[in-house]
Design a protein around this ligand. Structure first.
Ligand code: GRF
Length: 216
């Protein structure tokens, strides 16, 4: 089995990155985590990746005069590591349209809401303030518009009456850590496709890509 070479881009703690590294340890996992890259040299996730024996790279965005030159450095690093596709996992930099188009169909992101609800940041606080009863997370293809790409899979959780942003965050993170490896497996198996604004997973009926997942 040729394992697809994946890069994970992070900016912080890297818990989704860890879930992908752990999933990729399985001998039958069709992807290998070939590189973890951060735009912040102090990202805690970099140390976790190093400890797991993964190649890491920090490219500090502050060292570049503009987004274009940072994205060119990012692209050069990914190309030199022979990366087939990119997983954004808490990567807190807006990417240029040129970079996104260059990696079109080969870059996915995990977002902590049931898109298209709650694009952007502070999703859990906003969901609680709105009094929604269901919330969750989404894995989607990345397009130039922020958090707007074709949805591949979602996991939903209940919002409980005594939830705080912290308890809701924790409940959703548990689902993120299940959902992201599932989608990366599909991706590496070549089962994901995109037509216009719709993503499809070969062998998984459209309705089943919304995963209502009870806590494990
Ligand atoms: C997650 O909530 C993810 O959905 C969002 O950023 C957060 C990253 O957390 N994109 P971690 O660094 O993976 O722990």
């Amino acid at each position: 089995m040729t394992r697809r070479r994946v890069a994970i881009l992070i900016s912080g703690r890297g818990s989704n990155m860890v879930s992908l590294i752990e999933a990729a340890r399985a001998p039958d996992f069709p992807a290998e985590i070939a590189l973890v890259l951060s735009n912040r040299p102090d990202a805690a996730g970099l140390e976790l990746a190093k400890a797991a024996g993964i190649a890491t790279l920090a490219i500090d965005h502050k060292a570049f005069p503009d987004r274009e030159s940072f994205d060119r450095a990012l692209d050069a690093a990914l190309t030199s590591h022979d990366i087939a596709f990119i997983c954004l996992a808490g990567f807190m930099r807006v990417l240029t349209d040129g970079f996104v188009e260059r990696w079109s169909g080969k870059m996915i992101n995990i977002h902590p809401s049931l898109l298209p609800l709650y694009r952007g940041t502070k999703t859990h606080r906003r969901a609680l303030a709105d009094g929604v009863l269901v919330h969750g997370c989404t894995v989607h293809f990345v397009v130039p518009e922020l958090d707007a790409g074709p949805i591949i899979a979602q996991a939903a959780v209940p919002v409980l009456p005594d939830d705080t942003a912290d308890t809701l965050t924790a409940r959703i993170l548990r689902q993120e850590h299940r959902l992201y490896p599932t989608v990366v497996r599909w991706f590496a198996e070549g089962r994901l496709s995109v037509a216009g604004s719709r993503a499809a997973v070969a062998g998984v009926p459209q309705g089943a890509t919304l995963l209502f997942s009870p806590d494990p």
